[in-house]
Design a binder for this molecule. Structure first.
Ligand SMILES: NC(=O)c1ccc[n+]([C@@H]2O[C@H](COP(=O)([O-])OP(=O)(O)OC[C@H]3O[C@@H](n4cnc5c(N)ncnc54)[C@H](OP(=O)(O)O)[C@@H]3O)[C@@H](O)[C@H]2O)c1
Length: 218
């Protein structure tokens, strides 16, 4: 079928960001697999959600069963989760939402030696996986509220335009505006912005976000 939607595995889909995205995609008609370190917890979370086909699997099985893999886990467990999904993600697009926050100073930019979490993911997973990064700047609690107006654009970085488009499509399905933002090297900028937004949230605003402005090309 021409408009068949891909099946999405959300690794860490029991968590704040992953469950918010998964619910929005389920409502938009995507088949969803919630991934967790525990298959039982994944199934439990899937049962709480509403919409089309939503099931739960252990993370590695979830990645293997999906067309697109979305990674929504804390930076402290990023490498372990990459190892868990490496085999299952081969030949697929992996959308990485990880922000390399290093507690307690999460309002300071502390990028990893590879340059960014997403660049590290691409280097670890190899060319067989098309890594794109997205969603680092969007608040999970807003995603979880189906009625929330989310005043924050999504920057999508990755080396393959077609893979980036997959993430742009997913962002739009979740009710967001998304932009092709260049190669995976550019993910450093998107990931770093999150610490700036956290700092602004502490002092001046709730739900600080980013907007790309400009005039449409003729
Ligand atoms: N929260 C936000 O507003 C937000 C916004 C943009 C980006 N992000 C980024 O998205 C990622 C996920 O954020 P989140 O707030 O959704 O995280 P979270 O709720 O704390 O955790 C997400 C899931 O990761 C799994 N996990 C695997 N290993 C873990 C470990 N060692 N310790 C704790 N959890 C572990 C857990 O699932 P199981 O226990 O089921 O395995 C958990 O439900 C982070 O990189 C974050 O920086 C978050």
């Amino acid at each position: 079928m021409a408009d068949q939607k891909p099946t999405i595995a959300v690794i860490g889909g029991t968590g704040a960001l992953g469950s918010g995205l998964a619910q929005r995609w389920a409502s938009a008609g995507y088949d969803i697999i919630i991934g967790s370190r525990s298959a039982e917890n994944a199934e439990k979370k899937a049962a709480e959600m509403s919409g089309g086909s939503i099931r739960g699997l252990e993370n590695g099985d979830a990645a293997a069963a999906a067309d697109i893999v979305v990674l929504t886990v804390p930076f402290g467990t990023h490498q372990a989760m990459l190892e868990a999904v490496r085999d299952g993600a081969q030949g697929k697009v992996l959308v990485d939402a990880t922000v390399p926050l290093v507690p307690p100073k999460v309002a300071r930019v502390q990028l990893p030696p590879a340059g960014s979490a997403a660049k590290a993911a691409q280097e670890f997973l190899g060319d067989g996986v098309k890594v794109v990064s997205a969603f680092q700047n969007v608040a999970a609690d807003l995603l979880q509220d189906p009625n929330a107006k989310i005043d924050c654009d999504v920057l999508v970085c990755g080396n393959s335009r077609a893979a980036r488009q997959s993430a742009v499509d997913l962002a739009e399905a979740a009710g967001l505006i998304a932009w092709h933002a260049g190669s995976i090297d550019n993910s450093a900028a998107a990931e770093a912005l999150t610490s700036i937004l956290i700092f602004i949230n502490r002092n001046d605003l709730d739900h600080a976000g980013i907007r790309i402005t400009g005039e449409p090309k003729a």
